[in-house]
Every structure is written in C-alpha cells, then in structure tokens.
Design a binder for this molecule. Structure first.
Ligand SMILES: NC(=O)c1ccc[n+]([C@@H]2O[C@H](COP(=O)([O-])OP(=O)(O)OC[C@H]3O[C@@H](n4cnc5c(N)ncnc54)[C@H](O)[C@@H]3O)[C@@H](O)[C@H]2O)c1
Length: 335
C-alpha cells in the first residue's frame, strides 16, 4: 500500500514515520510537509536512505500541488497529521489555524475523493471536547461527548472533524478520526510544556507555569498514540471516531516537579505566570472503545516514558541547539 503522511516532519508525524517505515517494509510512505517553524527535516532525515520512504516539500492548502501529487502517486491511504498545533499561537494569530487545519483538511479530502483513496484518516485531539471540572474525576471524554471548544486551535480541529464527518456522510469518503490526549516523547518542538521544561532547566532558566499549575492533562507516550493510529487506519471501521488516551492524569505542576527531580534541578526554577486565556482545566479520555474494538493498549507507563523522554533530550542536545539557533530551518536545503 502507498501512504501519504502529511505533517511528517513534526513531532507526532515523525515518530509515526520512524515506526511504520521500519515496521512495514512492503508499504511505501510519502511524507508531505510545508516545513513551517514546527517542521524539522532533521526529524526524518535518517529515513531518506530507506527505499520505502520519500519526502515532498509542500503545503496541504496548495490545491494544485496536492492534485498533482495524488495524480502521480495513486495513494491508498492518507493520514493527515499536518496542523498548526500550538494553542498559544492560535490565541495570538487564529487565521493560519483556520487555513491549515480546516481548508487544508478540505483540500486533502477533495483529492482523496477524486483519486479514490481507500482510507482517509484525520489525526485529531481530545481538545475538541473542551474541558472537564477539576472536582469530578469520575467524568471522562467518550467519543459521544459533544464538541465544545475553548481555543481557536481546538475550534479549528473540531471544525475539521465535522467536515470529515460530512465528507463521509455526504460523499462517502472512507474516513476515520482519532482523538488523542497530550503526547510526550522524542522530537517535540521546544514550545510545548515538556521540552520547554527540559530545555529551560538545563540552562538553569526560570520555568514558566500558567496560573497555579493545577490544570490536568492526560499524558500519553507518542509511540502509543502512533500504535493506535496505525491500528485504526488498518482495522478501524469507516465513519468512526476513536479516542486514544494515556490513562495518566497529571497536573502541570506535577510534570514540572517530576522532570526537575530527574534532572537534579531545584524547584526554585518554577515561576508562576498569568494564566492562558480560556485555559482548559482538565482533560481525561475514555479509550475503552478503541481498546475493545481494536485491541489497542498502552505500552508505556508514564514514569518509564518520561524518564526515557528526558534521557532522549539529554542525549540529543544538538537537536535542541539546532532549533534554538534556527539552524534546523536550513536542514532541508542542505540535503
Ligand atoms: N501534540 C499533541 O499532544 C497532540 C495531541 C493530540 C493530537 N495532536 C494532533 O496531532 C497532529 C500532529 O501534532 P504535532 O504535535 O506533531 O504538531 P507539530 O506542530 O509538531 O507538527 C506539525 C507538522 O505539520 C506541518 N505543517 C503545518 N502546516 C502545514 C501545512 N499547511 N502543510 C503541510 N504541512 C504543514 C509542520 O511543518 C509540522 O511538521 C496535529 O494534527 C495535532 O492537532 C497533537
């Protein structure tokens, strides 16, 4: 089978590619990525030597390029990881979120219909469900929880999900959607909580924590997310939504303290900053449908996963330095 993987130079997409390119040598994976500030060619450079992998530089909103690519490559499967993904950026500049996350999804689905792909998969997020109260640990998001978004980011992802549902129902697009909780692991751009903590702590810089740090996220190792996406794409039922969660709720403050402890750094580095506008209180996912129907389960306990992740950043300081210096943006041209 031939796969189009959009956004494969980003955090989750690059981890996905490392997993599947090696696991399925008989399948071919074409990565399309615009290499925005969040895309890092260094994340996937080592895959170029594999003969079942190819990189294409391009934007999912570019109809002409997408049509041309689909007409030449005859994809069987399209997995859309590409997105503007940082909530804080969506509060400063919502427009690009609407363009990439909504229009980009439409462009990909139009081409998928025209060239009759067998499966279109939308990588979505638990943020489309909004948030849960802190004092009701019994409540979890299920696939039937109504969409109720807080940020322009989550609103753009929810809009895309609704469009995917509409293309399935109206045009018969063979589509599936996965909604996952907060990911951690290697190759995460150092704007997100965990790599921010690690990079700042290593430089003995203050670590900003929103509000009182009591907001709760359900953390999942990126590899477990990707195992789930792979299972859904290969065995999930067309027209269905599948939740993927870490079953590992932690406050932001706990995350910061855990990492500081592992790095042997003082908690004095923590500095509380004014809260994010519209900050979601708690996310928690019920993944029992995916577990029962597809046999998906997590391979990582948080304690082991976070230790491995911190070690990965310690062992890959050049990867971080390249981002901090901006050098990573030249990696593709250099190749
Ligand atoms: N990070 C999380 O915790 C999380 C959790 C659940 C779901 N998701 C979803 O998973 C997907 C991947 O997230 P991530 O954390 O890897 O994001 P990321 O920001 O690290 O990577 C996004 C990638 O998409 C590319 N891209 C952006 N705009 C593009 C465009 N217009 N055309 C082509 N490529 C473009 C970027 O260059 C980058 O390589 C997103 O759809 C996100 O909504 C993320």
């Amino acid at each position: 089978m031939k796969f189009l993987i959009t956004g494969g130079a980003g955090f989750i997409g690059s981890n996905y590619l490392h997993y599947v390119v090696n696991k399925y040598p008989e399948d071919i994976f074409v990565c399309l990525d615009a290499l925005t500030y969040a895309g890092n060619y260094n994340n996937i450079k080592s895959l170029e030597e594999k003969n079942n992998f190819k990189f294409v530089h391009g934007n999912i909103t570019d109809r002409e390029l997408i049509d041309d690519l689909f007409s030449k490559e005859h994809f069987d499967v399209v997995i859309n990881f590409a997105a503007e993904s940082h909530v804080d950026n969506s509060i400063k500049n919502p427009g690009i979120f609407l363009t990439t996350n909504i229009i980009g999804t439409q462009v990909l689905m139009d081409a998928s219909l025209k060239y009759k792909v067998k499966r279109y998969h939308q990588v979505s997020t638990d943020e489309v469900y909004g948030d849960l109260p802190l004092d009701r640990p019994d409540l979890l998001f299920t696939e039937n929880t109504p969409l109720h978004t807080s940020s322009p980011y989550s609103a753009s992802k929810a809009s895309a999900d609704l469009l995917v549902g509409a293309y399935y129902r109206t045009f018969g697009l063979p589509a599936t959607i996965s909604r996952c909780s907060n990911n951690y692991g290697p190759y995460q751009f150092p704007e997100k909580l965990i790599p921010v903590i690690i990079t700042k702590a290593l430089q003995n810089e203050k670590i900003p924590v929103y509000g009182t740090g009591e907001n709760v996220r359900d953390w999942i190792h990126v590899h477990d997310h990707n195992i789930g996406v792979d299972m859904i794409v290969r065995n999930g039922k067309i027209g269905e939504v599948y939740n993927l969660g870490g079953h590992s709720e932690k406050t932001n403050l706990t995350i910061v303290k855990t990492i500081l402890k592992q790095l042997g750094k003082s908690e004095d580095l923590i500095t509380f900053v004014s809260d994010r506008k519209g900050h979601d209180l708690r996310y928690a996912i019920d993944s029992s449908k995916t577990e029962k129907e597809l046999g998906w389960t997590r391979t990582y306990q948080f304690e082991k996963g976070i230790q491995e992740t911190v070690n990965w950043y310690l062992d890959n300081q050049e990867w971080i330095n390249n981002i901090v210096s901006g050098e990573y943006q030249k990696a593709y041209q250099k190749n």
